[in-house]
Structure formats: structure tokens, C-alpha cells
Write a protein that binds this ligand. Structure first.
Ligand code: HPA
Length: 273
């Protein structure tokens, strides 16, 4: 068996020995959105340090835990603290969380992030449902030997943002009177924010939001056939749109400001998925 796959199975085996039920859904929490985890009932928290073969997250605002329990009546697995390309992780470490969800038996994943708004109709605090992405600016996180046990070498990306999940998210927004937008998320390598010229180029390419995560994980989801609902919180307008410097504090401030609305929205979606 592939060595990497074997080590992943060891992580999953350890997790299974600690949890009470099979998670039906995985949730990846973006910068400043970790508060959602405190709404999970009957919670079991596993620090990344204690899970065999798991990397550890290094960013302030990313807790570095897998959290299991009931959210809106469903048993979920939640990743509070993710692994970014810019932190220097190996390709297979970046998407270890979603592969863990798959091997634990989940059908799908809600992947959230903080992002910069490229679409000038957006505002700080806008929630954007991701209907597609642009990720060709960085090497694929799936480069290297294919893990046949998880999926095929060459795989389709045309339906990875699941249509039913998107419909559910749209309907829930309507029901609770939340004005959500939709658009294309574009991956940037980070850790620097983009230049104004990069953002103008991204807009021409069709991007609505810029971020430093999500795409590697979504590609891994497509590979192992996990359904995806992608959600961005627009924490700032992207470089060059407003006459101000970008910084991580603003990202966290906006995420904190809207986290209650965001949590309520995600809880309702989980109920309906
Ligand atoms: N660019 C990239 N990633 C981000 C941004 C941004 O403006 N805001 C939050 N994450």
C-alpha cells in the first residue's frame, strides 16, 4: 500500500477510536470563523498534535483541532484551523482534512474562507457562495503519485460545487432573509496580499473573490468524490479597490463582526442539506 495512504489510515483509525458516530458532513472553518465550532453539541475535540501523522497549523485565528459532534441534529466533523500552501506544507498535508472526512464516511463538505472582494458590487461582510474557482496559478496540491484508493489520476472538476448544495444554500438565504452573493473564487499563493494589478487581472479573468485557501482542498474533494459547498466571507475589498492598505487585523475584525450571522446561516444550511 502507498506509504502516505497508510499513514492517513492510521490517522483515521485513531480518530474513529475517539468519536461516537459517523460524520455525515465535514466543515472547514476559515480565518476568524472558528466560533462555529462552539455551537457543536456533545463535542469531542482532537488537537492536531495528538492525531498520528497530522501536521499542525501555525496561524493566529486557526485553532488547530478536529471537532466532532452534533450541529443542527447532524453528526459533523469540523476542521478548526486549516493548512495553507503559504505555510510551506507538503501537498498532501494541505488537504489531509477533507481526505480524513471522506475516509470517516462523510458525503460532503462545507468549505469556508475569508476572502478579498474583487467584484465591486460586494462589500466588507458580504457572504459569497462559491459557484466555481480559478486555481491554475499555483502547482496542483495533487501533484505526485496518484492515490488510487481515493480516486483516479485524471478527474472532472466541472461539477465539484454541488448544484443541490448550492440550491439549498440559496433557499436557506431566502428563507432567513439574508442577502448572499455568488461568484468565482480565485486562489492566490499568499502569504502576501495581491497587488492592484493582480486584482485587475483576476477581475478580467472572471474572479469575484481572492483568497489563499480552499482550492487545494476542493481539488482533493473532486478527486475523492466528496460534494462541496464553498462559502467566502468577504472580509475586505481586494487590493487597489479602496484607498487603504490590507492587513490581517481587518480580515479578523470583519470575520468577527459577521460571525453570528454566518454561524446562523451555516447551521440552517446543515439542517437542510
Ligand atoms: N486576498 C487574499 N486572501 C484574502 C484576502 C485578500 O484580499 N482577504 C482575506 N483573505
Amino acid at each position: 500500500m502507498d506509504k502516505y495512504y497508510e499513514s492517513l489510515l492510521k490517522s483515521v483509525e485513531y480518530i474513529k477510536s475517539k468519536i461516537k458516530d459517523k460524520p455525515v458532513l465535514g466543515i472547514v472553518l476559515g480565518s476568524g470563523l472558528g466560533m462555529l465550532a462552539s455551537h457543536i453539541q456533545d463535542r469531542i475535540e482532537l488537537d492536531y498534535h495528538e492525531i498520528p501523522n497530522y501536521p499542525v497549523s501555525t496561524i493566529p485565528g486557526h485553532a488547530g483541532k478536529l471537532i466532532f459532534g452534533y450541529l443542527s441534529g447532524k453528526y459533523v466533523a469540523c476542521m478548526a484551523g486549516r493548512f495553507h500552501y503559504y505555510e510551506g506544507y507538503e501537498a498532501e498535508q494541505i488537504h489531509i482534512g477533507v481526505r480524513t472526512f471522506k475516509l470517516l464516511g462523510a458525503d460532503g463538505v462545507i468549505i469556508t474562507n475569508a476572502a478579498g472582494g474583487i467584484n465591486t458590487a460586494f462589500k466588507e461582510g458580504t457572504i459569497m457562495l462559491i459557484n466555481d474557482h480559478i486555481g491554475f496559478m499555483a502547482p496542483s496540491a495533487l501533484r505526485g503519485p496518484n492515490i488510487d484508493m481515493l480516486g483516479e489520476r485524471f478527474f472532472d472538476m466541472s461539477k465539484v460545487y454541488d448544484k443541490q448544495y448550492l440550491d439549498t444554500a440559496r433557499n436557506v438565504a431566502k428563507k432567513i432573509g439574508l442577502d448572499v452573493k455568488e461568484g468565482v473564487y480565485m486562489f492566490f499563493k499568499g502569504p502576501n496580499f495581491e497587488t492592484p494589478a493582480e486584482i485587475r487581472a483576476a477581475r478580467i479573468l472572471g474572479a469575484d473573490a481572492a483568497g489563499m485557501s480552499t482550492v487545494p482542498e476542493v481539488v482533493a474533494c473532486a478527486h475523492c468524490n466528496l460534494k462541496v459547498l464553498g462559502m467566502s466571507v468577504i472580509t475586505n475589498m481586494a487590493a487597489g479597490i479602496l484607498d487603504k492598505k490590507l492587513n490581517h487585523e481587518e480580515v479578523m475584525e470583519t470575520a468577527n463582526r459577521i460571525h453570528e450571522t454566518f454561524i446562523e446561516y451555516v447551521k440552517q444550511i446543515v439542517k437542510e442539506l
